[in-house]
Design a protein around this ligand. Structure first.
Ligand SMILES: [Zn+2]
Length: 295
């Protein structure tokens, strides 16, 4: 069983999620229902697998921290997304229509098969996401994104942990590109299912060896380096679902078996209390925490 999970779980879940989404959409299921159903299946599957076969006992779910992540799942992304849908989406769709009329043709290849449109959506959204994520690490915005990195453990729920202000930047940036280009709701839904599945797996406390998939995909092995406390590993492997942009722009880093990750996860600078309120406050008390640490 362990060998099946180790080598088969990652490709199976990604393939099943993407294929299931395409088939459901092609049969007329509304995109919002497909996205909701995918999360409703993927989250209990990851939870069960981590409970049955955790890779690192120290990374098991802890009640207080998991409760904070549950609040992130319910509040930190859905509320900013609803606001973005009501504002930025409306503006971007209007702008997209105006651009199409001005140039005389539609910007998005709506005549392509859904699978091909979805691959294009994944590649473009990941390109936008790459630069947003890199900007969050390499600019003064780091305290905002440090919320996502402040756990000392890796488990699937960490994928839900984002400061709400970061959600505006991340979702707004990557989706506005697709909205501006006139991407179909179906291709955006497949992208959303794919990135959700990969993000849950990237953070999961499961032993997964992904071999050549790491040439293209931002696999769990690569993403663990991104959650390292070691500064030379932290600012690498920015991809949420693809690693190709890291390879192209020079931030790719391969895992080193001589440097185990089990005690290397978290923030390099400080320890953060693991409550939702402390996560919300973190960017605003960041300077004070560092001054206190320096005393
Ligand atoms: Zn990051």
């Amino acid at each position: 069983m362990e060998a099946i999970v180790r080598y088969g779980f990652y490709p199976f879940v990604l393939f099943a999620a993407a294929t299931g989404a395409v088939l459901a959409l092609q049969s007329g299921t509304p995109p919002t229902l497909v996205v909701a159903a995918a999360s409703g299946i993927l989250i209990p599957v990851c939870l069960t697998m981590e409970l049955v076969l955790p890779e690192t006992p120290r990374w098991r779910l802890q009640r207080g921290e998991a409760f904070a992540d549950l609040l992130h799942m319910l509040l930190s992304s859905p509320i900013p997304m609803a606001i973005l849908q009501a504002t930025l989406f409306v503006a971007a769709v209007a702008a997209s229509g105006a651009i199409s009329r001005a140039v005389g043709f539609g910007l998005w290849p709506t005549d392509w098969p859904l699978a091909a449109q979805s691959l294009l959506a994944i590649a473009l959204a990941e390109l936008a996401n790459y630069w947003i994520h890199r900007g969050l690490h390499e600019s003064r915005l780091w305290p905002l994104h440090a919320v996502h990195h402040c756990s000392r453990r890796m488990y699937f729920l960490i994928s839900m942990r984002k400061h709400p202000l970061q959600s505006f930047l991340t979702y707004g940036g990557r989706l506005s590109l697709l909205w501006l280009l006139g991407a179909t709701p179906e291709s955006i839904a497949v992208y959303t299912v794919f990135v959700t599945a990969n993000s849950l797996l990237q953070h999961a406390n499961l032993r997964m060896e992904t071999g050549p998939l790491g040439w293209v995909l931002a696999t769990p092995e690569l993403h663990r380096l991104h959650h390292s406390r070691r500064p030379d590993e932290l600012d690498t492997n920015y991809g949420d679902s693809l690693i190709v942009w890291d390879r192209l722009f020079g931030s790719y880093r391969a895992p080193d078996p001589a440097r185990p990750m089990h005690d290397a996860i978290g923030l390099p600078e400080i320890e953060v209390p693991q409550t939702y309120l402390c996560h919300l406050k973190l960017p605003f008390v960041w300077k004070r925490l560092h001054e206190a640490r320096g005393r």
